[in-house]
Design a protein around this ligand. Structure first.
Ligand code: 3LM
Length: 401
């Protein structure tokens, strides 16, 4: 029955834990270990001859409910939850790549994913090439005999570039590469990379999936061919296991995911259009705007533009900083996907892991400002932005007169 559900239903029901009391809301299995009635039971579970919990790092009923829900929503055979989005990213890279392998990734990735691929992977003898994924020929040209994987985000953190997943999946298929997409900005409600042929999808569940700003978590969705290594190497041996309590909170948060994504996207569209018309703003980065190359993929690859946008001001660096400091409803904080609207400065915060050259190559301007549009009334958000931009508008008017 589960595969027939619409995503709006699946976020509430998919993978629901069957338990004897019939609780509407699944109980929280806050237990590190599980008791075996006899030695033979424990041995059979360790040998994989009998289903049943052993120890929470190897699997937990509450965490498993979250994993089943995500697998159903993303359309894969299964999912493995991790203690953070970075644990999910590193689970895929360290679990599926070997010494001597080569990874091709996009020039712009979330800051810590960038430092993981550029600083940590080479320590284990894994080679990495960063190319602009809008240029398929550049990806093709970077493929070597030892290339094993393609890794990208779309839309990209922080400037919302969008890439055609069908093209990436086709290229990966033709060269036997594993295609991996970080779907954090979209969630399965707005984009299902599996439909486009992508092999593995991962998320920082810290963001929209949980949606309430009180959990750090990650998840990887994949088919059987990759799941075993993700579980045995990345979860069992590397050990970045999600706490059952955090899984339970995410399951609660996910019930409203469909409603939240609709609202985040609708408000972000209004805010983006407002900023685009504003004289103090020189550029707005949002896939829902006319003129954004990603707009053409809305309706096919993506259902909407999502809740994150970025902007540049007609201002110098100090004025841009002063604008952010003047905002009051928008809280100055990294992260995204919460009920509260957030504002941050990628060059000095989320993407401070880049050196200046790589940041320029990644297309992250020093004056770029990222907004995560929350669930507040849109008029209140526009009022806050209007007051924040007012001194810039006034000084631009003075320059003109
Ligand atoms: C941020 N991003 O503010 P965690 N993949 C993507 C992400 O955006 C993130 C991760 C993975 C932000 C976090 S910056 C210190 C705060 C696309 C995180 C990693 O390990 O759950 O934080 O996810 O952009």
């Amino acid at each position: 029955m589960a595969s027939k559900m619409h995503p709006e239903t699946a976020v509430i029901h998919a993978g629901h834990l069957q338990e004897p009391q019939g609780a509407l809301v699944s109980p929280l299995y806050q237990s590190a270990t599980f008791v075996f009635d006899r030695v033979e039971t424990g041995s059979a579970r360790f040998a994989g001859e009998q289903d049943g919990p052993i120890y929470t790092r190897l699997g937990n009923p509450t965490v498993a409910e979250f994993e089943r829900r995500m697998a159903e929503l993303e359309g894969y055979d299964g999912a493995v939850a991790f203690a953070s989005g970075m644990a999910a990213v590193s689970a895929v890279l360290l679990g599926l790549l070997d010494q001597g392998d080569h990874l091709i990734c996009n020039t712009c990735l979330y800051g810590c994913t960038h430092s993981l691929v550029s600083e940590q992977l080479p320590r284990f003898g894994i080679e990495v090439t960063a190319v602009d994924f809008s240029d398929v020929e550049a990806i093709r040209a970077a493929i070597r005999p030892n290339t094993r994987m393609l890794l990208l985000e779309t839309p990209v953190n922080p400037h919302l570039a969008v890439y055609d997943l069908k093209t990436v999946a086709k290229l990966a298929g033709a060269h036997q590469l594993i295609s991996v997409v970080d779907n954090t900005f979209m969630t399965p409600l707005l984009q299902q990379p599996k439909v486009q042929g992508i092999d593995i999808v991962l998320h920082s569940a810290t963001k929209y999936l949980n949606g309430h700003g009180d959990v750090i978590a990650g998840v990887v969705c994949a088919d059987q061919v990759h799941l075993e290594l993700l579980r045995s190497r990345s979860l069992k041996d590397i050990g970045g296991v999600l706490s059952p309590h955090d899984a339970w909170l995410i399951l609660r948060g996910m019930k409203t995911l469909a409603l939240r994504m609709e609202r985040h996207s609708a408000s972000a569209q209004v805010v983006a259009e407002f900023l685009q018309r504003h004289p103090a703003v020189t550029r707005v980065y949002y896939p829902g705007l006319d003129g954004h190359p990603g707009k053409a993929l809305i309706g096919t690859q993506m259902r909407a533009g999502g809740g994150v946008l970025a902007l540049e001001l007609n201002a110098d660096f100090e004025q841009a900083v002063a604008f952010v400091n003047r905002l009051s409803l928008f809280k100055i904080a990294v992260s995204l996907g919460d009920a509260e609207s957030l504002v941050q400065h990628p060059a000095s915060m989320t993407h401070a892991t880049y050196d200046n050259d790589d940041r320029a190559k990644a297309g992250i301007a020093d004056t770029l400002i990222r907004l995560s549009i929350g669930l507040e009334h849109c008029d209140d958000l526009l009022a806050d932005l209007t007051q924040g931009l007012a001194p810039l508008t006034a000084s631009l008017a003075e320059e003109v007169s």
